[in-house]
Write a protein that binds this ligand. Structure first.
Ligand code: HEC
Length: 434
């Protein structure tokens, strides 16, 4: 197994096994919304592209079944996986990607999952305002009602007898599992709480909120042990490593902050994304790497030791690491307006649009691995400087009526010209591959 892992590592020095090196996981076709790590350091990712990816090294196994964006994933017993998302369902997967069960019952999207330590209960946080409790062995779910807004995150106590929930109603509540009632109101924050992390050995509960509030409470007394709030909002991701005593916090402005939980000191704080938020964070088991997901379809895994010092040039310039104002205009146009849906390399890679590799001189609607709309299927357009320029001068909706490419225009003539020049160069067939 390890041998196979290392094969994919030649270029990016990537192995999923807490390698203490920077690596990326490429394959999703949209933003990465959730990440989980197994006891053996396999990485599970879920995305806006409706898919669950299970990674051993660089080669994912795809679990397809969800009918909308997938927001949450956790590992269960024996390598099983639970995932949930915007289709209101929870799916149970065998390690090989076989769908074992689909659980329905929530009336809103599900944004977080938690497994009890004894592996008997799976809890789900839903925007229908309830917490779902599902017996892993099967049987009807129970829904805990009380929050007056969407439920965003969950954490079981170590004895599996109680469960914390955090909600957009601003509260964190503690529930008794067997009585199915609220034990205590832990916090009334005033702004929606997005994330919680519980560490009972350390006696603390950390939370992150919509207003940027990032606080740590004493679990027994409820007293605030630390206020780590910076002037950035909202907090969107939190994770911890009890091996290295670190808490990591990701926010809507694209920063990752790492905190030493033994003295509540911020040890790292850096801008991890050029644009957009950090939606998902998870540590490797040994705590040396932190895996992060956001708007970019890739997962970036940072060695915590050097995370602020990473030199993008070494591994072929991950797009969001280059500051936008240092990018040539054509590239910036592409990164901002096209890259979320199109690759420039062969293979459409699960993106919403076809690969633009070798597009110049190509007849429209002819990338073999892509399923076009009827408007493009029979089109006689040949893509070149003039036609691509015209496509965004008048807009796809007018240039190719009936296309499924979304309405957008690039009104600046220079911007269109720079974009086309960039595409001409970057889509040209290459001898070498990555
Ligand atoms: C939100 C997703 C999205 C964005 C953003 C987007 N596209 Fe597209 N694009 C598509 C889809 C979907 C299609 C296929 C349309 C169809 O089948 O009707 C497409 C088709 C195309 C085609 C035709 C390709 C072919 O093989 O015929 C070109 C060229 C293209 N896009 C260029 C661009 C450029 C350049 C940008 C940025 C300025 C861009 N697109 C932004 C989704 C997108």
């Amino acid at each position: 197994m390890r041998g196979a892992l290392l094969l994919g590592a030649a270029v990016l020095c990537a192995s999923a096994a807490g390698a203490d090196e920077f690596f990326t996981l490429k394959g999703h076709g949209g933003p990465v919304m959730g990440i989980a790590v197994s006891d053996s350091d396999q990485i599970a990712t879920v995305s806006f592209d409706n898919a669950v990816g299970l990674w051993s090294g660089q080669a994912p196994v795809w679990f397809d079944g969800h009918e909308a964006a997938v927001n949450a994933v956790v590992f269960g017993p024996d390598g099983t996986l639970f995932s949930a998302g915007d289709d209101f369902s929870i799916r149970v997967w065998a390690p090989d990607g076989t769908e074992q069960a689909v659980w329905h019952g929530h009336k809103g999207k599900i944004v977080s999952l938690a497994l009890s330590a004894n592996a008997e209960w799976l809890a789900s946080a839903s925007w229908d305002g309830t917490v779902g409790l599902w017996s892993v062995a099967g049987g009807p779910p129970v829904f805990l009602e009380g929050h007056s807004g969407p439920v965003n995150d969950l954490a079981f106590t170590g004895d599996s007898a109680q469960l914390y929930s955090a909600s957009a109603d601003g509260s964190i509540r503690l529930w008794n599992i067997s009585e199915q009632d609220e034990a205590i109101r832990v916090v009334e924050h005033g702004f929606g709480v997005n994330e919680i992390e519980l560490n009972e050995a350390g006696g603390w509960l950390a939370y992150g909120a919509v207003d940027g509030g990032t606080r740590v409470l004493d679990v027994q007394s409820g007293e605030v042990l630390a206020d780590l709030s910076l002037d950035r909002r909202p907090i969107l991701a939190m994770t911890q490593s009890d091996v290295t005593d670190q808490l990591a916090v990701g926010d809507g402005e694209g920063y990752i902050m790492v905190v030493d939980t033994s003295e509540w000191r911020i040890t790292r704080d850096f801008r991890a994304t050029e644009r957009g938020p950090v939606w998902a964070l998870a540590f490797s088991n040994d705590g040396t790497n932190i895996h992060a997901g956001g708007l970019d379809a890739r997962v970036y895994s940072w060695p915590v030791e050097t995370m602020g010092e990473y030199d993008p040039m070494q591994t072929g310039t991950p797009d969001f690491l280059v500051r936008a104002d240092e990018m040539p205009n054509g590239e910036r146009q592409f990164m901002r307006k096209c890259s979320i849906c199109h690759t420039l390399t062969p293979g459409s890679a699960r993106r919403a649009g076809p690969s633009l590799y070798d597009v110049f001189g190509r007849q429209a609607g002819t990338v073999p691995d892509y399923s076009y709309s009827d408007a493009l299927n029979g089109s006689t357009i040949i893509w070149d400087e003039t036609t691509i320029n015209a496509l965004f001068d008048v807009g796809p909706d007018l240039y190719i009526p009936g296309t499924k490419m979304p309405v957008q225009r690039i009104t600046g003539a220079q911007d269109r010209e720079d974009l086309v020049t960039y595409l001409r160069k970057e889509t040209a067939p290459k001898e070498t591959t990555e």
